[in-house]
Design a protein around this ligand. Structure first.
Ligand SMILES: O=C(O)c1cccc(C(=O)CC[C@H]2O[C@@H](n3cnc4c(=O)[nH]cnc43)[C@H](O)[C@@H]2O)c1
Length: 228
């Protein structure tokens, strides 16, 4: 009876997971963390929401993945997610898709034209945050913004803070991959390691090496969460 129950259950350890990164260095960092675990396929999907959407759509059309996980480095909002910490997304938001008026911003939801926000798989993202805590890796849960343009001014940072009070990080791919996944009903997750503060551009100050090291740890934690 027990055997039969186990056979009928949809077991998380039997799932096949597609991981979407933007550049090769992120893919290699995640793969080091995963240590050749067969159930994960890691792709370099390109930079920006359009490249991420197209690459994800192509991958999930070719193979029946059970989860899509967007991973990479990101900017963190000061006071919400410091450099080298990890952000596990609660939702993936297209930060600039909508319409401006003289005094506000209208999202696609406000306009009745679709949605600018897709929720991350709640149970797994909560579990992941616990796994990071367990390893004493600083982790924050919050919305991850997808912006086609990296924020480079104080003024834009403040606009985003006001518009998205629950945002912890900004990157460029999540909502694109999530759109492709949602069209096939595949749950989405986003895990980001913070390389820089969102705000005035200072590319030399980005801690890419540190963030890639945190991303490698994130790969190991993802493996632990899916295999336990
Ligand atoms: O130059 C390198 O060695 C290198 C290694 C890994 C990654 C990079 C990138 O430039 C990745 C671009 C990627 O980073 C995300 N990102 C990072 N910070 C921000 C931000 O403040 N706002 C938006 N996006 C950010 C983004 O997802 C890009 O795809 C270079």
């Amino acid at each position: 009876m027990k055997q039969k129950q186990q056979k009928n259950q949809s077991r998380i350890e039997d799932k096949h997971v597609l991981i979407v990164t933007s550049v090769e260095a992120e893919k290699e960092a995640v793969k080091r963390g995963l240590q050749n675990t067969g159930k994960f396929t890691v792709i370099t999907g390109g930079v920006g929401p359009m490249a991420a959407a197209a690459s994800t759509a192509e991958a999930i059309a070719a193979h029946p993945y059970d989860y899509v996980v967007v991973m990479g480095i990101a900017g963190g909002f000061k006071g919400r997610a410091p450099v080298r910490s990890i952000v596990v997304a609660t939702e993936l938001i297209a930060s600039d898709m909508g319409a401006e008026t003289e005094d506000t911003f209208l999202s696609l939801d406000d306009l009745g034209l679709g949605t600018s926000s897709i929720e991350a798989d709640r149970a797994i993202s909560e579990d992941l945050a616990l796994c990071f805590n367990h390893r004493q890796v600083p982790v924050y849960r919050g919305a991850v913004l997808t912006s086609a343009t990296v924020t480079g001014t104080k003024q834009k940072e403040e606009v985003l803070r006001r518009r998205y009070p629950n945002a912890a990080a900004e990157a460029m791919e999540g909502f694109g991959a999530a759109t492709a996944a949602a069209q096939r009903g595949i749950p989405i997750l986003e895990i980001r390691s913070i390389s820089n503060e969102v705000g005035p551009r200072n590319r030399e100050a980005w801690d890419i090496k540190g963030a890639l090291s945190s991303l490698e740890t994130a790969g190991a934690v993802l493996k632990e969460a899916f295999l336990k």
